[in-house]
Design a protein around this ligand. Structure first.
Ligand code: TEU
Length: 559
């Protein structure tokens, strides 16, 4: 059995909270997912990845887990889960779980016990440190290191009872597990083994390259605002490859099922990515890199959004294609639950909505790597269009709002950045049909459906052979059918062109050429083979060699 089956597979990410509600409480759930499997089977995806469904206080929508082996009642029960898993398998698809083990919730019994006493046997399962030397607990500057947390503020929270601080790279309700402690690692592996024994097909591993910190913990370079950048001291840390190899031995080795593992790795370099994904090293199958989705971040961070520099975006993606050409494997994505909608971000959701959604889909899916489709991307869902701070629910937004105002950034500028890139853009309900709340719920949705669901919805697109959804379905089928897409070489063409994204793939004499105009103006291209055949295109009557119309994409094949 080929162990790299996932090279010709496409993964679909479900964010359960926003996918489909079955009981009218306004929050998506497992029975809701079950009721929509027809759509996913129609689309033709191979694997479903479920964002966390475990018991959680939902400070970070389930990325703060209080019990790794229980289903959160908001999503259903373990019986619901088993039914879903059986249905997914019966339809020939696989189910991959989210694994969030850099941190737990502060309400996880492990942390509750660790916090209860400095002598607790679980104390060392987390990172506890006394105040900085010469400082009293709670005094400003007493934090053990100067690191800034991902969701603003210090990464250290004082536990008044013991006078010690605990580490949280993310929210205060997400304390970091201490992976140096072998008991933590065995507990995590045992839990993973139980899920695999239950029948799941692998894991997407949340921020897995942050689990090994540089010891002793020390200060990072100062950032504007007083805190410091700890990132280089915990990203791709000294023992991370050792830990993942150990995890592989303890969890995956010796299982003969076709499993998939993907590491979410912010700040991963191409060198580390090759190490993470080289099959001979037995760590993970692929990683998510972030360089291309950080391309529009400004000096003040992600909400300081900059216009897209297409030449730079292409250079980043090219660099990743080249670096993993011989060893290792890329994942390909525009969207996930942390990213704004690609048609609004890099496309044109006003004047060329369908064409730009399709062009961006084609440019991504025909590269070398495993494509990920995020729920709603396949119908070209757009950003939410929020204009006031109260419309946002995400903790990241509210932390950043206070932080950016404190350094004097005008409200309108912050709100513009949030409208462009906030995570809530990805989290509005999937637009199933034109009815109230887009068919997502009969109750009040936890985040409102975007008003354009009256015309932008799955029901309408499933009936239209020219829809964005039909186009995505075709892209997915092509990866299954054509080895040149799954396995061919990659060569970037016209790297300096500020409007055109073009590349060539080759395998055993088959040549696939992709040319896409990622702009609203007509543009000439001269890299296609006149003897080729059009494989897929997004505008009527494509002509090989002709000027590309606004947002036109053509993929042509020479057999
Ligand atoms: O995200 C980690 C991560 O680095 C980012 O995508 C992060 O959310 C972003 O930089 C914020 O701007 C993962 C999960 O995907 C995310 O939903 C969680 O909030 C985070 O880890 C903590 O578990």
């Amino acid at each position: 059995m080929a162990n790299d089956w996932w090279k010709s597979a496409v993964v679909y990410q479900i964010y359960p909270r926003s996918f489909q509600d079955s009981n009218g409480d306004g929050v998506g759930d497992l029975q809701g997912i079950r009721s929509r499997l027809d759509h996913l089977e129609w689309l033709g995806v191979d694997v479903l990845w479920l964002s966390p469904i475990y018991a959680s206080p939902h400070a970070d929508n389930g990325y703060d887990i209080s019990d790794y082996e229980a289903i959160d009642p908001a999503f259903g029960t373990l019986e619901d889960f088993d039914e879903l898993l059986a249905d997914v398998h019966a339809r020939g698809m696989k189910l991959v779980m989210d694994l969030v083990v850099n941190h737990t919730s502060d309400e996880h019994p492990w942390f509750v016990e660790a916090r209860s006493s400095v002598d607790s046997p679980k104390r060392d399962w987390y990172w506890w440190r006394p105040p900085r030397e010469g400082f009293a607990a709670g005094q400003s500057g007493a934090e053990p290191t100067n690191w800034r947390a991902f969701f603003s503020g210090s990464t250290w929270e004082l536990d008044p009872a013991s006078g010690e601080y605990y580490l949280h790279l993310f929210h205060v309700k997400q304390p970091d597990l201490n992976w140096e402690n072998p008991e933590v690692r065995s507990a995590v592996y045992a839990m993973m083994n139980r899920w695999l024994d239950r029948g799941v097909d692998g894991f997407r591993m949340d921020v897995i390259n942050l689990i090994s910190k540089v010891l002793p913990l020390g200060d990072g370079e100062p950032l504007p605002g007083g805190l410091g950048n700890g990132f280089p001291l915990y990203a791709n840390g000294p023992r991370v490859h050792e830990f993942l190899q150990e995890m592989h031995r303890e969890v995956f080795a010796g299982r003969d099922a076709e499993l998939l593992t993907v590491g979410e790795t912010p700040g991963v370099t191409t060198d580390h990515a090759v190490m993470f994904t080289d099959p001979d090293r037995a760590e993970v199958d692929m990683v998510f890199q972030f360089d291309h989705v950080d391309v529009d971040h400004g000096p003040l961070g992600k909400f300081d959004t900059q216009p897209l520099d297409l030449v730079r975006l292409k250079a980043i993606l090219d660099r990743w294609q080249v670096a993993l050409a011989e060893r290792g494997w890329n994942s390909l994505y525009w969207n996930n639950h942390d990213q704004p909608r690609v048609v609004s971000r890099f496309g044109d959701d006003r004047d060329h909505w369908a064409a730009s959604a399709k062009a961006l889909g084609a440019v991504l899916h025909l590269q070398r790597g495993t494509p990920y489709v995020y729920q709603g991307e396949e119908i070209g869902m757009t950003n939410a269009g929020f204009t006031s701070i109260d419309q946002y629910q995400d903790i990241e937004v509210h932390g950043a709002w206070d932080e950016l105002r404190a350094i004097g950034v005008p409200d309108e500028r912050i709100l513009a950045g949030m409208a462009h890139v906030s995570r809530d853009n990805a989290r509005t309900p999937v637009q199933w049909d034109a009815s109230e709340h887009a068919g997502f719920t009969t109750g009040t949705p936890w985040l409102p459906a975007t008003p354009n669901h009256t015309w932008l919805n799955a029901a309408a697109q499933r009936e239209d052979p020219d829809s964005v959804a039909a186009f995505y379905r075709r892209l997915i089928a092509l990866r299954h059918e054509l080895p040149v897409i799954a396995h061919g070489t990659f060569e970037m063409l016209l790297p300096e062109d500020p409007q055109v994204f073009a590349y060539r793939r080759e395998l055993d004499g088959a040549v696939l050429t992709v040319v896409a105009n990622l702009s609203g103006d007509g543009v000439a291209v001269d890299v296609e083979d006149p003897a080729a055949e059009v494989l897929v295109a997004n505008l009527p009557d494509p002509v090989i060699g002709a000027d590309l119309r606004p947002w036109e994409v053509r993929a042509t094949l020479t057999a």
